[in-house]
Design a protein around this ligand. Structure first.
Ligand SMILES: [Zn+2]
Length: 85
């Protein structure tokens, strides 16, 4: 019984998103220009791509974003050290 109700809510959320579009909010900032988004209605995750479009967050794109976040963090730390000295 408990498994049916979330499934029904999920399908209504997806139906609303199909008609009215997703309600995206930023779930993670990767760099200044690349972000990950999550839909507050259906929970679908999306990300900015290198082309400037928003695409579904696939495991491959998630791995790429994690790698980009590491590089961005390392560069930001390096700039902070240079400014301090
Ligand atoms: Zn949605």
């Amino acid at each position: 019984m408990s498994t049916k109700k979330p499934l029904l809510m999920l399908s209504i959320g997806r139906l609303l998103c199909c008609h009215f579009g997703h309600r995206l909010h930023i779930s993670r900032r990767i760099t200044n220009h690349i972000k990950e988004y999550s839909c507050s209605r259906c929970g679908q995750e999306m990300t900015d791509t290198a082309n400037g479009f928003v695409a579904d967050l696939t495991p491959r794109l998630q791995e790429t974003n994690t790698f980009l976040a590491k590089i961005h963090e390392r560069r930001r730390n390096r700039k902070m050290i240079l400014k301090a000295s």
